[in-house]
Design a protein around this ligand. Structure first.
Ligand SMILES: Cc1cc2nc3c(=O)[nH]c(=O)nc-3n(C[C@H](O)[C@H](O)[C@H](O)COP(=O)(O)OP(=O)(O)OC[C@H]3O[C@@H](n4cnc5c(N)ncnc54)[C@H](O)[C@@H]3O)c2cc1C
Length: 411
């Protein structure tokens, strides 16, 4: 058997790959394991005064717990996460403060907040810092080849060939590793793109996330800790192009009107970007000496902000499964170990993807009868505390938690 350079090579150091490395190096059960993280463009922590980043994520309680467990949470102080304690949902034909709007309140659950909104770059940089401090090796080059055999897997990183026990594919939605392993993926593109921007608002956001369902897709305004809001507007590709081409004044006016003036007059506070949206799902998360995590395994519609939260649950479950196998004498790249991980996560992710799809269809429907049923439904749910709690727990990912050992560590 060729000597291994590393036990685990994580291919891709975005938020999810960095989480896998950070979990491994901070877990006493991984003592002695050699971990490498391969990333062409590693995130660096923003400095005070650096312009705010466009990409943000709404993190669930489980994701916050993961960041706290590994010691990454405190490193976010430069860009303090913005807690949101309420979420307001309404549709095109109703008013944000009308009877048919739905308001989720953390107080209904006895929770301090519903989640935290943080810049993606800061999250990835904090996890990367933890991974490197804990002894992971950063290989700053592209991973280009992957050849598994019975004893090990050979990977090519830049111009270097390495032997490892297992490769974790955390290389995003267009995962090259998934392709090299020949793992099939079901791709369901949405006829939408998400326009993302930062806006300054006339009225304070008061820690409330807001989402209006318009006929072409949802428009979300997420509160940020500096008082601005982050826009995620899912709309037709043609409309997205128009929004990108507008000058700042016309763009801010378009968002002010489409959001029903819920935060008064908005002003542009950044450049804009648009992202294609797709619901993709890999046929399996386990290949020969390969495990898929995060967007490499699945993508979901961003309407409930669950993508990276599901990725963090993959990371925690994978590490838990690898280390339980190791404690029982199994190799980290053992087929049976990786298959156990895949089984543990695939069904949960499928359920969430289907739920997001259903919500997207329900709220996107132009049929007037469906629109009426939807508004009536929203009103009914809004009046029932039990229904609101249930929906909050599902839609905001509050019902999903880390594997037991990790959630116990963080409490
Ligand atoms: C508009 C929008 C809004 C969203 N909002 C939310 C939200 O509020 N909450 C939420 O939970 N999710 C949200 N998501 C989803 C979330 O952004 C993704 O799920 C998350 O970024 C996936 O992280 P990842 O680490 O799996 O992949 P990525 O972020 O894609 O990272 C992959 C990394 O791999 C590296 N890489 C790729 N190939 C190679 C290679 N060959 N060699 C070396 N390195 C490589 C890349 O450089 C990159 O750093 C949103 C998505 C969109 C589009």
């Amino acid at each position: 058997m060729a000597a291994r350079d590393f036990d685990v090579v994580v291919g891709g150091g975005g938020m999810v790959g960095a989480a896998v490395a950070a979990l491994l190096v901070t877990d006493p059960g991984a003592r002695g394991l050699r971990v490498a993280l391969v990333e062409t463009d590693p995130a660096t922590m923003p400095l005070p005064g650096d312009p705010a980043e466009l990409r943000v994520s709404a993190l669930s309680r489980a994701s916050e717990r993961l960041l706290r467990t590994v010691g990454a949470f405190d490193l976010l102080a430069v860009r303090p996460p913005c807690p949101y304690s309420r979420m307001r949902v309404w549709d095109a034909a109703s008013e944000p403060d009308g009877a048919q709007a739905l308001v989720f309140d953390a107080a209904d659950l006895g929770e301090p907040n519903l989640g935290l909104i943080t810049e993606n770059r800061a999250i990835a940089a904090a996890l990367l810092t933890v991974a490197l401090r804990g002894g992971a090796t950063l290989l700053r080059a592209p991973l280009t080849a992957f050849e598994p055999d019975a004893d090990a897997v050979r990977v090519t990183v830049g111009d270097r060939g390495l032997q490892a026990g297992v490769v974790v594919a955390a290389d995003g939605a267009r995962s090259m590793l998934r392709g090299l392993a020949g793992i099939a993926v079901r791709v369901h593109p949405y006829p939408q793109r998400a326009v993302v921007a930062r806006l300054l608002c006339e009225r304070p956001h008061a820690g409330e996330a807001r989402q209006r369902f318009l006929p072409d897709g949802p428009l979300a305004l997420l509160p940020l800790s500096d008082g601005a809001v982050s826009l995620v507007w899912s709309t037709t590709p043609e409309h997205a192009d128009e929004l990108l081409a507008m000058d700042d004044g016309a763009f801010a006016l378009a968002v002010t009107e489409a959001s029903g003036h819920v935060l008064g007059e908005l002003r542009a506070g950044s450049h804009r970007q648009a992202f294609p949206l797709s619901r993709d799902h890999a046929a399996t998360y386990a290949g020969p000496r390969l495990a898929l995590v995060g967007d490499a395994a699945h993508t979901v519609h961003p309407l409930a902000g669950q993508g990276v939260n599901l990725g963090f649950l993959d990371a925690a479950t994978l590490v838990e499964t690898l280390l339980a196998g190791r404690a029982g004498g199994e190799d980290v790249g053992d087929r049976a170990v990786l298959a156990r991980y895949s089984r543990a996560r695939r069904v949960d992710n499928l359920v969430v993807a289907a739920a997001m799809d259903g919500l997207s269809r329900l709220f996107g429907a132009r049929n007037p009868a469906i629109g009426l049923a939807r508004r009536t439904g929203l009103g009914l749910v809004g009046r029932s505390l039990t229904a609101r709690r249930r929906l909050m727990q599902e839609a905001l990912g509050l019902s999903r938690d880390l594997p037991a050992r990790l959630s116990a560590d963080a409490s």
